[in-house]
Each structure stands twice: as C-alpha cells, then as structure tokens.
Design a protein around this ligand. Structure first.
Ligand SMILES: Nc1ncnc2c1ncn2[C@@H]1O[C@H](COP(=O)(O)OP(=O)(O)OP(=O)(O)O)[C@@H](O)[C@H]1O
Ligand SMILES: Nc1ncnc2c1ncn2[C@@H]1O[C@H](COP(=O)(O)OP(=O)(O)OP(=O)(O)O)[C@@H](O)[C@H]1O
Ligand SMILES: [Mg+2]
Ligand SMILES: [Mg+2]
Lengths: 254, 254
C-alpha cells in the first residue's frame, strides 16, 4: 500500500518541484517503486524529467475531469519510477472543477486503484491553496513542506497550517498529518539562512528534517538536461542531501 | 493620469514582490506619486513594508467583492507612496468572484476614480493565472514580467504570453502591452544565468530592460525589517539596480 505524500507550500519558488523530482529519484535508488504526480499547470516536474509538456495529449487534467483514468496517462521515467504528467490544460481545471461532484476528491479517487502498485506516490503541488492543492492534500497521507531559507517563506506557514487543519476538520481527510518540514536553498554563509532556520526549528520542533538542502547550482542545472540530480551530478552536495532525505523519509515509515 | 503596471509571472519566487516594492520606492524617490496594490493572498508586499497582514481588517479583498472602495483601504507608507494592502481573506476571493458580475473588471473599476491621484499604480500579482491575475491584467496599461535566471523560468513564458493575448482578444483589455521583461537574481559567476539571459534576449528582443537585477542578499533581508531596499541598504547593488530600473521605466514613458 503506497504512502502518498503531497509536496506543498503556497509560497512560490521554495523548491517543491526540485524536491518532488529528486526525492522520488532517490527513493527509487533506495529500492522503492515510486509514482510522481504533477499537479501544477506549469508542468515543471514533467519538463524537468525531459518530457515536452506541449506534446502531452492526455494529462492529469483529463483524469481530474473524468475523461481518462490514471493508468492511461502514466509514463515510465526509469525502472520503478513512473510519472503522471501535467500539461497547460490544467490552468482551466480549477474553474472547471468548481461545479463538479466531489470536486475535492477527484485525485484521491483516481489514485485509489493504483496504491498497491507503488511504495510511494509523490504529488508536486502548484504555488496556491486552490482546488488543485486541496485535491492533493485530500489524496495524501502526509504533507512534506519545503521552506526556503528566506523571510517571506515564514510568512505563509500559518495559512498553510490553517488550510491543513480546515481540511482535517471538514472530514475530507481527517488523518492528514505533516510528514516533515524541509529547509531548502540553505546558504551557511548568510545570517538570514541561520535566522530562518532558528525560527522554523522553534515553530516546528521535531517535525523538521535533520537533512537540510544546501543551495547548489547543480540542482538548478539538472532540469535543463531533463535529468534528476543523481543522474546529472551524483557527487554534488545536492544529490547527497536528497539521498540523505530519502533515508530519513524511509526511517519515518508509516 | 496614472500609468498602471502589473508585475506578473505565474512561476513562483521569481521576484514579483521584490520588484513591486522596490520599483515603487525608487519611482517615489524619483519624484513620482505611487500606489502599490497587493493582489496576492500571501500579502508579501504588505508585510514586506512592515504591515501586519493579520491586523489588516479591510483589504483589497473587500474592494473586489464590493464591500469597500479603494480609498477606504489605502494606507500611507511614505510621502507620495501609498499601499492598498492584502490579507488572508483573499484566498477565498477567486472562488467567490466566479459568480459575480463583471468578475474580471472589479479591480479596473475600483482603480478608475484614483487614476488622477497618482503617476504610477503598481500591482503585485500572485503566482497563478487565476481571476486575481486576470483582474490585474484587465486593470493595467502595461505588464512587467520578472524572469529569474533559471531554467524553469523560461518554461512558463509561453503560457503567460498566451494569457495576455487571450485577454487582449477577449476585449477585456485590447490595448494591454508588455512594458518590459526584467532579468532578476542574475549571478554572473553562473553559466546558467548567462544561458537564460541569452534565451530571453532572443525571445523578447527589444522588450528586455537593459537593467539586470543581480542576486543580492540585501534584497532578501530588507523585508524582514519592513523596509524598502533604498531605506535598508541604499549603497547596495540591489538598491542601485532598482534605481536604474526606475529611470528606465520613466524613460519609456507612455
Ligand atoms: N537547493 C537548491 N539550490 C539551488 N537552486 C535551487 C535549489 N532548489 C531549487 N532551486 C532552483 O530554484 C528555483 C525554484 O525551485 P522550484 O521550481 O523547485 O520551486 P517550486 O516551489 O516548485 O516553484 P513553484 O512555486 O513555481 O512551483 C528553480 O529554478 C530551481 O532550479
Ligand atoms: N535579486 C535578488 N537577490 C536575492 N534575493 C532575492 C532577489 N529578488 C528576490 N529575492 C528573494 O527571493 C525570494 C523570492 O522573491 P519574491 O518573493 O519577490 O518572488 P515572487 O515572485 O514575488 O514570489 P511569489 O511567486 O511567491 O509571489 C524572496 O525571499 C526574496 O527576498
Ligand atoms: Mg514547482
Ligand atoms: Mg510575491
């Protein structure tokens, strides 16, 4: 039975996609079967793995509006590593879903038949708290929150926690829990990074991962080659930190 | 008659808020009267100027749903520098606006009576192409597009240009034009920065500003003090580049 983890934070550019792709790749390297679901209309997880989003005919959009099932859109990336791609159609999904039945549970229902086929299902979320993120949170067991080592990154956390709390109380997903909080783009030369780290530690206490992702240019270069960090630069600090994170996620099993 | 400029790019974390606050401040320094409108539910422009978003009772949300007029919510930041603040209520606005009359023109109508009172109205947009961004584009004369010097930043440009084109053809704003494209967080030591710059130059040709905003830690520190870059670190490369940008925007008058 797959563990479903949503990678989410409505603040933009904090490393959601970078974490989704590279955590998935490192879990596969550690022997897990992983499905990555791209729930962002920017389709960065899709293009970051070398797939042309404009050439994707049926995507997660068609699954959400009921025109395809998930099995039909899944593409193999590597052995034991599959992707449910996005494409620009997803821009219209939030408005279209508003009038549909069980609009918050479309992704959860679509994932149900596939949970036996994977060990992990990772969901890359868009930078908003709209229906696509609500669908992702409703479908997930746990939430992994990437936090950039910057001032604005702290600002939005309370809103995110409120949304998770509302979702739990609404009955849409009463067992949803925070898997962990991940510090990204950490630069040990900057005071700002240290200050943000201290604030996050006092706010989240034991929920924060011991693994910290450093700022590492290899991480921002790898998507332009359509490769994960362990393919593109296996000896980089970026690759090592995501391998470390995969170990920590596995050790927090269940 | 104020020039209304929307600062937009649906890619997250590219420098929309940093550009909105600091371009506004540098235009004020150059003798202009400026209104900054925060159209993002994260309210980063509001908090970046030192205002507690949770203490803001009536915000741009109340203006969009018709419960307040813009004049009532405006706060002075400095002489000739006003802010129309946001607060977390704005999260619900996209869904609530869907059923309202003239839902795309709410901001445009609200700004109309104030256009004589300012020389510039700057609108900070959220990282999405939903109704809040559509409202901002409909209300604007021009669009300023910040582009981070990263691979994913190039990916989303076509979608943004398509949205602007659709908006023009729909009649919502047939004269909307791109004011300029701004390269942000440029690091001259990185090949990736140079590559992205070349791609953007060949894509946008003369629309790209000569001013390039360098990666400068002072820019990410200043919001934690509630200050603009020219108050916090007037001699920094960040301050100088935004002062340079203000000059370029003024020289492109009308
Ligand atoms: N640890 C890191 N070191 C250096 N660059 C990074 C790191 N993590 C991410 N990046 C780069 O920073 C940018 C933002 O990261 P990413 O796109 O993964 O964030 P996101 O949260 O998914 O953004 P969005 O909100 O638009 O979905 C990207 O260009 C990415 O390549
Ligand atoms: N030139 C720069 N040098 C260094 N840091 C910067 C620069 N510009 C912006 N930043 C920092 O990068 C982060 C992202 O910038 P900002 O929040 O302005 O982007 P945004 O596009 O408004 O994000 P969102 O999509 O969430 O609205 C912030 O923490 C900001 O302080
Ligand atoms: Mg992303
Ligand atoms: Mg912003």
């Amino acid at each position: 039975m797959a563990r479903v983890i949503a990678i989410t934070n409505q603040k933009g550019g904090v490393g959601k996609t970078t974490t989704s792709i590279n955590l998935a790749a490192c879990l596969v390297e550690a022997g897990q079967r992983v499905l990555l679901v791209d729930m962002d209309s920017q389709a960065n997880s899709t293009s970051g793995l070398g797939i042309d989003k404009n050439a994707v005919e049926t995507s997660i959009y068609h699954v959400l509006i009921g025109e395809a099932n998930l099995q039909e859109i899944i593409r193999p990336i590597a052995v034991d590593f599959d992707l449910a791609p996005s494409n620009p159609h997803l821009i219209g999904a939030e408005v279209e879903l508003i009038q549909t039945l069980a609009r918050e549970q479309r992704l959860k229902n679509a994932l149900q038949p596939l949970r036996e086929a994977y060990d992990f299902i990772i969901i890359d979320c868009p930078p908003s708290l709209g229906l696509l993120t609500i669908n992702s949170l409703t479908a997930s067991d746990k939430v992994l929150i990437p936090i950039q080592s910057e001032y604005y990154a702290l600002e939005g956390l309370q809103q995110l926690l409120n949304t998770i709390e509302l979702l739990k109380r609404s009955g849409l997903n009463s067992t949803l829990d925070i898997e962990g909080v991940l510090i990204t783009m950490y630069d040990q030369r900057l005071n700002l990074s240290k200050q943000v780290m201290e604030e996050v530690e006092s706010f989240f206490k034991d929920k924060i991962y011991k693994t910290v992702i450093p700022r590492n240019v290899r991480l921002s270069e790898s998507p332009s080659f359509g490769q994960t960090i362990i393919e593109y630069a296996p000896d980089s600090s970026g690759a090592q930190s995501y391998q470390q994170l995969a170990k920590e996620v596995l050790s927090r099993e269940g």
